[in-house]
Design a protein around this ligand. Structure first.
Ligand code: OAD
Ligand code: ZN
Length: 247
């Protein structure tokens, strides 16, 4: 389907929807300058996740893991949300029932003005105590290495869901419920290989929703999508957002 008729169709579905969910991945932040994870330019092509993004890696060498997160925090500090983040924040204002589910930890959706956000994989600007479990916002750059809890004195870790870890059951439960009851699910900029986010398109489709994918590449999600819009997030999200008059 031509991109133009595809975006028109997506916009019509969005207009008619009582309940809309958007699921985002690293691709939506790529045009802001945040590196994605997979592919030639991806973080996991240059760093080994088993050395930096597992609970075992953190137990083995918390200084190394924290220095990697410090490096990512430093880069993110000067990065701004792009037009796709902005269009989703505007979309939220115009719909009564809108949920934004993100796998991103960069905090850019909130910075762009989105409010009803479920951060499936945590947030790079939060820390969690390995002793008492206290979660706190911490935007120090650089953060002291290693940081310690002011309540119980144990070491703090990034509040991120690492490989081999479970998602927060409440956040996942809310995301799953939103996906099951929505009329339209728009999936933007994810490679669709990390569970459980990867299954959300299929879940929505099976529950009767209309599924739209926005991604320059074909992904495993493309199979479940009613419509795949092949292009960059900033180009397409602004077109399908309800206030645009181009279509
Ligand atoms: P990936 O790096 O796996 O995939 C990024 C996707 O974005 C790819 O499908 C690209 O084709 C697409 N893409 C690139 N540029 C784009 C653009 N301008 N507009 C739209 N799409 C674009 O990232 P995720 O799917 O988010 O986990 O990865 C999932 C999880 O794996 C991440 O949350 C991360 C990682 O390990 C944690 O940090 C815990
Ligand atoms: Zn503590």
């Amino acid at each position: 389907m031509a991109l133009h008729s595809g975006t028109a169709k997506a916009k019509d579905y969005l207009k008619a929807a009582q309940s809309a969910v958007v699921l985002t991945g690293a691709g939506i932040s790529a045009e802001s300058g945040v590196p994605v994870f997979r592919g030639k330019e991806g973080l996991w092509n240059n760093y080994r996740p088993e050395e930096l993004a597992t609970p075992e890696a953190f137990m083995r060498d918390p200084e190394l893991v924290w220095s990697w997160y410090n490096m990512r925090r430093e880069k993110l500090e000067s990065i701004e949300p792009n037009d796709a983040h902005g269009a989703l924040a505007t979309l939220e204002e115009s719909l009564d029932d809108f949920t934004l589910i993100t796998q991103n930890v960069d905090g850019l959706h909130r910075k762009a003005g989105s409010r009803n956000i479920l951060e499936l994989h945590g947030n790079i600007w939060k820390v969690r105590c390995t002793g008492c479990g206290k979660i706190e916002r911490n935007c120090d750059i650089p953060i002291d290495i290693p940081p310690y809890c002011d309540k119980c004195g144990k070491i703090l870790r990034p509040h991120i869901v690492w490989f081999g870890e479970m998602l927060d059951p409440e956040i996942f439960g809310n995301a799953d419920a939103a996906v099951r009851k929505c009329d339209i699910l728009i999936v933007i900029g994810t490679s669709g290989v990390v569970q459980p986010a990867a299954s959300m398109a299929r879940t929505a489709k099976d529950a009767g929703a209309y599924v739209v994918e926005i991604n320059p590449q074909v992904t495993p999600i493309s199979d479940a999508a009613d419509l795949s819009l092949r292009g960059k997030a900033t180009e397409i999200v602004s077109i399908i957002s309800l206030f645009d008059t181009e279509v």
